[in-house]
Structures are given as C-alpha cells and as structure tokens.
Design a protein around this ligand. Structure first.
Ligand code: UDX
Length: 436
C-alpha cells in the first residue's frame, strides 16, 4: 500500500521506516530540511536502537523516501499524522499548532476515499475538528494512537501490545478501519489485538494509558516516601505487591521518577483537557502524581547532600546518566539532569557521563562538567550518583572497580538499580531511594 507519514520526529521517523519494512511504499514528510536530509541518507536523527538499519534497508529497497514537500504525500491512500504536540508555553494544555498546520497543508492533496490516520497525542475532541476540516475532500479520519516507548520504538511499532483505531460509525468509518487493519496485517496476524472504537475513545485511550503508567510510577514512589519514614524497603515492597497478577511488577520501578517528552506533558495536558470538559476533579489525582514525581528529584538531591555530610560545595560528584531513561539520548524533562543541575546549583563540582546523551545535555546545560569516559567521571569523586539505569552502570560497573577510582566510597542509587549488598560488601556507603 502507498502511505505517507506527516512529521518525521520520533514517532513519524520510526513509523515510516517500520511501515516500509513490512512492505509498504512510504514517503515521510517533514518541514525540517536537515532532518529530511539525515533520514534520506539513512541516518537516524536521534539515538534509537535498530532505526538506522531499518532506514537503510527501506531506502535501499526503494520503498522508503523522505521529502520536505507535502505535495509528495499526494497519491498515498493512507496518511499518518505524526507531528508533535508539545506543552503550550506558559500553560499545561497541548499546543496543537503543528497538527492544524499539517492538516491545512495536506488538505489540497487529499482524495476521496483517502484515510487520514491521526497518531499524534491530542486532547480528546481534536479528532472531530480534523474530521470536519477534511470532510470536503472526501477523505476519512481515523484516530490511531501510538504507544511506543523510546528505546523500544522499532519493536513497539512492529509488535505492538494492541492497535487502536477510532472511526465514526457508518460505512466510510468501517472501511477506514479495514484499510488500517490491512496496513497492520503482519502485527494483527502475529496476534496483536485490533480494537475498533469511536474517535473520542481512541483519543482518550492514549491519554488514559499514559496517565495510568505515570500514576503507577508515582504510586510506588509515594510508597518509597512512606518506606523511608518507616525504615522499610520499597524495592522489596514492589516485588511483593508486583507478584499479585492484578498489580504486576512492571512500572513499579522506584527512584527519581518519570521524565521524557511524553509522560510529564501528557498527564498535564490530560488534566487541562478534563478541566475544560468540566471534569477536572475526576483527574485531580494527576496533580498529585506530578507533585510526587517532582518531589523525588528533591529527595535525591537531599540524599546526596546528607551522604556528603551536609555540604556539597566544592565536592566532586560523578553523575552517571543524563538521558531520561536508558537506550535513549533524549534529555527532555530528564530527572537525571535535573538532579545534576540542582547539585551544581549547590556548588558541587558535577561531572556528568552518559553513553548517548552528553552532546544533547551539554547544549542545554553548559554549566555542568562532562566526561564521555565513565571511569574518568568516577576518578576522584566524593560521591557517585546513578540517575539513569544504563547497563554500563547497572550491570557492567563493579563496586570494586569503581572503588579504586573514587576519593570516597559513597554511592546514591537514584534508580534503585544497583546490587546494594554487593556495593556495601565492597566498602561503599550505599544510599537507595526508599530503602533502609
Ligand atoms: C511513554 C509510554 O511508555 C509510551 O507508551 C508512550 O507512547 C510515550 O510515553 P517513554 O516516554 O518512551 O514512553 O518512556 P517510558 O519507558 O514509559 O519511561 C518514562 C519515564 O518513566 C522514564 O523517565 C523512566 O525512567 C520512568 N520510569 C519508568 C520509572 O521511573 N519507573 C518505571 O518503573 C518505569
């Protein structure tokens, strides 16, 4: 099938490459010339495992190309809308400027029977406006939210947990759903549930899923606060409640909390939209989820200060991690960098290391020290703070090896990802979050 993907950011670039890899003829459109040039050369504009290989295979097959001209979307039967919806400056709502601009640009190229499949994360109600906007062209709107995680984007796109398609009732909506089922046939045949809903429900599914995940993380971090006060261990607690299959262990990872380009902004936009709908109180708890999450960053800083005897000024602190999570170079709303910046603000001599995100971090926070080499970052440190659970720190850093490099064996495990017993056995003062 011929597809276009409008917007080649995180979501769009991966979607375009993944769709070409399952046999579709895909054009990716973006206004950013540099991004289009990079993608056309088979280079991923951001760190994402497997993406470069997929791009190169797609380009070589002739089934994948990229363009800055919306006119190149003409002739595709399905157009995926994958532009960004950032947080509105000065507010919590989503900024839909890019969505509306992309739809306006696409309208002249739509033909009767084309399907416009919205993938961007939008406030509920956006789809009906877009549907009305494209109605005169004879094209049909379907809402098809995307649930991919950074670092797993290719896997999540090709083997999703579920596919959700929101269409309006009637023949054209049913036909649009069938066309999308065909687009995703390999995943559907491999067993991915294909759920057809109305458009508003499909929009809400995305917001609700992100709100639930954020709530689960903040729930365990709230338990960490209690565990700290009670002298208990939140990681053992998470294991124990996680064995209950109704709860499950995933997303009960405690520590400095969630960040990134999605969860923080999406829960705020979700709450803002609920308020517009007169149902702010229904999701009032999301403000608490946000507040708990941000408190954990303060707590991590406090633990470092305490571990250093109350004074961090002039102390060398090795910060292991800058990305908001492993397998990503994304530093948007990164809790890791937030902790580093605050420690620097207190006068610490902060040295940040990260396997992928140093260049991005340096561009935004030039006041921090950086060291590409993990061991050089550790050398002479008075405290080591693990803030992104990369395998380089979690699995491949032995406490004995690190101990030989530092000035003092003090480690703060902001992700509760280290083997506390092993670090203690090697003579380290180990401080987890929500652990005795
Ligand atoms: C998230 C959703 O998972 C995805 O479905 C949606 O499409 C986009 O938003 P992503 O932002 O890529 O994906 O990252 P995710 O893996 O969900 O992690 C988000 C943040 O939560 C990270 O900062 C991570 O470190 C943190 N996290 C995650 C925890 O603190 N504890 C956990 O147990 C899990």
């Amino acid at each position: 099938m011929r597809l276009s993907v409008i917007g080649c950011g995180y979501l769009g670039a991966v979607h375009a490459a993944a769709m070409a890899s399952i046999g579709h003829d895909v054009v990716g459109i973006d206004v950013d010339e540099q991004k289009v040039a990079a993608l056309s050369a088979g280079t991923a504009p951001f760190f994402e495992p497997q993406l470069a290989e997929l791009l190169q295979a797609g380009l070589a097959s002739g089934r994948l190309r990229f363009s800055t001209h919306m006119a190149d979307a003409a002739g595709a039967g399905v157009h995926f809308l994958a532009v960004g919806t950032p947080q509105l400056a000065g507010g919590h709502a989503a900024d839909l400027r890019f969505v509306h601009a992309a739809v306006d640009d696409l309208v002249p190229h739509l033909r009767p029977g084309d399907v416009l499949a919205g993938k961007s994360t939008v406030p509920v109600g956006t789809a009906s406006g877009i549907s009305a906007r494209i109605a005169p062209t004879g094209a049909v709107l379907a809402w098809n939210p995307e649930f991919l995680r950074e670092g797993w984007a290719v896997h999540d796109t090709l083997a999703p947990d579920r596919i959700v398609v929101g269409v309006s009732s009637g023949e054209s909506g049913e036909r649009a759903a069938e066309i999308l089922r065909e687009v995703y046939r390999p995943a559907v045949e491999a067993g991915a549930p294909f759920l057809v809903t109305d458009p508003a429900t499909a929009e809400l599914v995305k917001g609700a899923a992100n709100a639930f995940l954020a709530t689960k993380i903040s729930f365990i971090n709230a338990m960490a606060e209690i565990a700290e006060a009670a002298g208990a261990d939140v990681t053992l607690l998470a294991d124990a409640i996680g064995h209950d299959t109704r709860i499950g262990r995933r997303y009960l990872g405690s520590g400095i909390g969630f960040g990134g380009g999605c969860l923080p902004k999406d829960i705020r936009a979700f709450a803002a939209r609920a308020e517009e709908l007169g149902r702010g109180e229904s999701v009032g708890f999301l403000h608490e989820v946000d507040a708990i999450n941000l408190r954990r960053r303060d707590r991590a800083v406090q633990i470092v200060v305490d571990a250093l005897g109350g004074l961090v000024f002039g102390k060398r602190v090795a910060v292991l991690g800058a990305a908001f999570k492993p397998f990503s170079d994304d530093i948007r709303d990164s809790p890791a960098l937030d902790v580093a910046v605050r420690l620097r603000g207190l006068g610490a001599d902060v040295v940040v290391t990260d396997p992928a995100a140093i260049d991005n971090a340096r561009a935004v926070h030039p006041q921090l020290g950086y060291e590409r080499d993990r061991d050089e970052a550790l050398r002479g440190a008075h405290a080591v703070v693990v803030v992104t659970e990369w395998d380089e720190y979690r699995r491949h850093l032995s406490p004995e090896h690190a101990g030989a490099l530092v000035s003092a064996r003090v480690v703060v495990d902001g992700r509760n990802c280290l083997d506390a017993a092993a670090w203690r056995a090697a003579g380290w003062a180990y401080h987890g979050m929500g652990r005795r």
